[in-house]
Write a protein that binds this ligand. Structure first.
Ligand code: COI
Length: 365
């Protein structure tokens, strides 16, 4: 296969390797899309070696050739991002705060000793891939094109050290809602045995290891009938951190509370959007340490009015119930609260272009 070259911003050129016609896949039924299972025909790839990102190219989607000794597989030296492209009613494709994702990726890179990427270049490469694959962007209600940029360390060496070679790739997945039941309230298990991350660790970075650390507790909670776990801080197991794939919010006595970013919590882009939207709606939004035992006491007194998770994949996901050891706390009669609904409607309204965007968060592809 040969690559045709044309010029793009730093670091140079982007090649294009066309897929043979027999490799082009049939488009899925948009009304039956689940999350993250189907991928488009092409992906963006570039390599890092000899101290620079090089060989940027769009190539047919497919398996990667990796040495079985490579550092990402053994020591999890890898980072990723998750963002979405939205099909608006007029057919255009919109991006939401995409630059923030690539800037956060560089923060994760620093923590994992992965070389940074050029944000402008990565954005442009992603847009080019999206334009090529525009026909795959679904338009059915609540569907999106989920975008997964990833960097993995590929040195074939079993010593624990920063790799010298990396692979950056972007794949696209036409997707439905993250939770199969959409915006229905979920049951969350408060985890007070296992911890996801501790301060000084890598909890603030978007890296696979944080999610690997969460799988056992998540599986145990699911067997008990819960959707995800709510993590507590790694030292005292008392202060609320985040949920499996989301940041967490509580509406208490009319205020919106979320844990402050303390180093072990992911600085979610949806989280920061919710804080801004709440303030614009005249709701006082507070980032603070939240003691789970006090939260249950507030709930018992009827002062915890709503709870919801936030995330790119999960959007706004109402929490209907929390279990802490043998205590159950039903929130808002297991119904979606009015603030949660309003935030969901406003956020998705801006993302899909149904509402004007006073924040400058969106752009059309
Ligand atoms: C996202 O919300 O995009 C994420 O990356 C979370 C992931 C675990 C689904």
């Amino acid at each position: 296969m040969t690559a045709t070259q044309d010029t793009l911003a730093n670091p140079g050129t982007v090649g294009f390797i066309p897929a043979p016609p027999e490799r082009m896949k049939a488009k899925p039924d948009e009304n039956r899309l689940s999350f993250g299972k189907i991928f488009t025909d092409y992906m963006f790839v570039m390599d890092y070696e000899d101290g620079a990102w090089r060989s940027a190219r769009i190539q047919p989607y497919g398996s990667l050739m990796l040495d079985p000794a490579c550092s990402a597989l053994h020591y999890s030296q890898s980072v990723f991002e998750g963002l979405k492209a939205y099909r608006a009613a007029d057919g255009s494709i919109r991006l939401f705060r995409a630059r923030d994702n690539f800037e956060r990726m560089n923060v994760s890179c620093d923590r994992l000793c992965v070389p940074r990427i050029d944000v402008d270049f990565a954005l442009e490469a992603m847009k080019r891939l999206l334009r090529l694959e525009a026909e795959w962007a679904p338009s059915a209600p609540d569907t999106t094109m989920y975008i997964r940029p990833t960097i993995i360390a590929v040195d074939p060496y079993l010593g624990v050290h920063a790799s010298e070679k990396y692979l950056f790739y972007i794949i696209l997945s036409p997707s439905g809602p993250y939770f199969p039941d959409g915006m229905a309230p979920v049951r969350i298990y408060v985890e007070d045995e296992y911890v996801r991350a501790a301060r000084g660790g890598m909890g603030f970075a978007k890296t696979g290891g944080n999610y690997a650390a969460s799988i056992l507790a998540g599986a145990i909670a699911q067997k008990k009938g819960f959707t995800q776990v709510l993590w507590l801080d790694g030292t005292q197991r008392r202060f609320v951190e985040e949920v499996g794939s989301m940041n967490i919010f509580f509406k208490v006595r009319g205020e919106l509370w979320t844990p402050r970013l303390n180093g072990s919590i992911l600085p979610g882009i949806t989280r920061s959007s919710v804080l801004a939207l709440a303030q614009a709606m005249g709701v006082r939004a507070v980032e603070k340490d939240i003691d789970i035992y006090e939260l249950f006491d507030l709930g018992a007194r009827g002062e915890l009015e709503e709870a919801f998770g936030s995330g790119t994949a999960a959007v706004i996901s109402p929490v209907g119930m929390l279990r802490l050891r043998n205590r159950d706390l039903i929130i808002n009669n297991f119904q979606t609260g009015p603030l949660s609904q309003r935030l969901y409607d406003t956020l998705t309204g801006v993302q899909y272009g149904r509402l004007t965007d006073p924040f400058g968060w969106t752009e059309t592809l």
